[in-house]
Design a protein around this ligand. Structure first.
Ligand SMILES: *Cc1c(COP(=O)(O)O)cnc(C)c1O
Length: 374
C-alpha cells in the first residue's frame, strides 16, 4: 500500500453499495478541448473543493500530465494538500486570498496568493521583506460581482502600492464573471468593460478572466489564462445549450430490497407518497448522506435498461425508494444496480430535478461510494 492515498485504498474496499466511476481520460480530453479553444492563451484548472468532489489527488496530477501548469484552489488548506502532489513547476493559486497568519507558510510552500485587498497586499509585501526574497502574487479585481477582489474605488491606491513595491512579482491580474453561463446576460459585456478599465490601470500585467462559461463567450474574455472548473468535469459550461463536454462521472447504486405493495400503501418518511394501485418498489442504497438532495423527494428518477424509474416518497439519509413497475418482474433483485448518473441521466438532469446546479450535485457526491478511476 506504500504511496497510496486514502482514496486509492477506499477504491479497493469491497462492500460499497454505490459505484462512482471517474473517467480520467475523459477529463483529460475535456482539458485538451478547452485548451485548444483558448489557444494561444493558456488553460488553468480549477481544482477547489477536492476538484469539485472528484478527488484533487487524482485529478490534478492527471491534468498536469496533460500539460496544465496552473491550478486554482479556493482555500489555503487545499493548496497545502495539493502542493506535494504536483511537480515544482506547477503553480498553485489561492482564490480566497490569505487569512492573517498564513503569509509565511504560503511563502515557504511556494504557493501563490490571490490578493483581494490592499490589506492583503501590505501583508504579502511584509512577508516578502521577512523572507528576504521576491514573492509572486496575483491581483484580483471586482468587476461587478461584489464578492472578492479589489473594488473599483481602490484600484488607483493599489496601483500606487504596486509601483512602490519591489518585493512582489505580480504574475497577472484577474477577475471573475458572475453570469458567464448565460450568453444573453448584459452583465458579461459590462464586466468585460470593467476588466478593460483594470487593464488600462495595470497595463504592465497580463489578464486572467474566463471561467468555463467565459471560454464560450469568445476570445475577448480569455486573457492569457482561462480558469475552467465545471467544464473539465463534464458539466455544461453554458446553460440552455447542448453540452459540448464529455461526461466524466457515472454513478450506479445497488438495490437493497424489493417489494410489491397495494393501493393505499404509504412510502417513506411522513407517508408523503400514497400508492394508487398495485405497485412494485425497490429501495436503493443511496440517500442525502451520499449527496442526493432531499429536494429530489418525489421528483427525480433513476434508470435501468434505459427505463425511467421515478423516486417515490422522501429521500432518506441512506436510501431512496423507486417505482419499478415499468420493468419486467424480476429484473431488479437484491444487489442489482441502477443508474443515477450515466448515459440516461446527466448531472444537469439531476440538478434540475433537485432545483440546484450541477456544481452542487458533483461536490456533494459522498465518500461511501467505491470510487473507480478509469
Ligand atoms: C470556481 C471558480 C472558477 C471556475 O468556475 P467554473 O464555472 O466552474 O468554470 C473560476 N474562477 C473563480 C474565481 C472561481 O471561483
Amino acid at each position: 500500500m506504500d504511496g497510496m492515498t486514502s482514496r486509492d485504498i477506499s477504491a479497493e474496499i469491497d462492500g460499497a453499495s454505490g459505484y462512482l466511476t471517474i473517467d480520467l481520460a475523459a477529463l483529460a480530453r475535456n482539458y485538451a478541448r478547452l485548451a485548444g479553444d483558448v489557444a494561444p492563451a493558456g488553460a488553468a484548472a480549477v481544482v477547489k473543493a477536492d476538484a469539485y468532489g472528484l478527488g484533487a489527488d487524482r485529478v490534478a496530477p492527471r491534468l498536469y500530465a496533460e500539460g496544465c501548469r496552473h491550478f486554482f484552489v479556493a482555500q489555503f488548506v487545499e493548496a497545502l494538500r495539493l502542493r506535494p502532489l504536483l511537480a515544482g513547476d506547477a503553480r498553485i493559486f489561492v482564490l480566497n486570498g490569505l487569512l492573517p497568519g498564513n503569509e509565511s507558510a504560503c511563502a515557504r510552500h511556494g504557493i501563490v496568493p490571490v490578493i483581494n485587498s490592499l490589506e492583503q497586499w501590505r501583508r504579502w509585501a511584509d512577508a516578502a521583506k521577512a523572507a528576504g526574497r521576491i514573492l509572486p502574487a496575483v491581483l484580483q479585481f471586482d468587476t461587478g460581482m461584489s464578492r472578492l477582489g479589489v473594488p473599483p474605488e481602490e484600484r488607483e491606491a493599489l496601483a500606487a502600492l504596486v509601483k512602490a513595491e519591489a518585493g512582489i512579482a505580480v504574475l497577472f491580474v484577474m477577475s471573475h464573471l458572475a453570469s458567464a453561463d448565460d450568453t444573453e446576460s448584459a452583465q458579461n459585456a459590462s464586466q468585460l468593460a470593467e476588466m478593460q478599465a483594470v487593464a488600462a490601470a495595470f497595463p504592465q500585467f497580463d489578464l486572467c478572466f474566463a471561467n468555463s462559461g467565459g471560454i464560450f463567450l469568445g476570445q475577448p474574455y480569455h486573457g492569457v489564462l482561462a480558469r475552467p472548473g465545471i467544464a473539465l468535469y463534464g458539466g455544461a459550461p453554458v446553460s440552455g445549450r447542448a453540452n459540448p463536454m464529455e461526461p466524466v462521472v457515472s454513478l450506479d447504486v445497488a438495490v437493497v430490497q424489493t417489494r410489491t405493495v397495494q393501493a393505499g400503501a404509504r412510502v417513506g418518511y411522513s407517508g408523503t407518497h400514497v400508492v394508487t394501485g398495485e405497485t412494485r418498489l425497490a429501495t436503493i442504497a443511496v440517500g442525502y448522506a451520499d449527496g442526493l438532495p432531499r429536494s429530489l423527494s418525489g421528483r427525480g428518477a433513476v434508470y435501468c435498461d434505459g427505463i425511467r424509474l421515478p423516486i417515490v416518497g422522501r429521500v432518506s439519509m441512506d436510501s431512496i425508494t423507486i417505482d419499478i413497475s415499468a420493468l419486467p418482474q424480476g429484473r431488479l433483485t437484491l444487489g442489482s444496480r441502477v443508474e443515477l448518473l450515466g448515459p440516461n441521466q446527466t448531472l444537469e438532469d439531476v440538478a434540475r430535478d433537485a432545483g440546484t446546479i450541477s456544481y452542487e450535485i458533483l461536490i456533494g457526491l459522498g465518500n461511501r461510494y467505491q470510487r473507480i478511476y478509469r
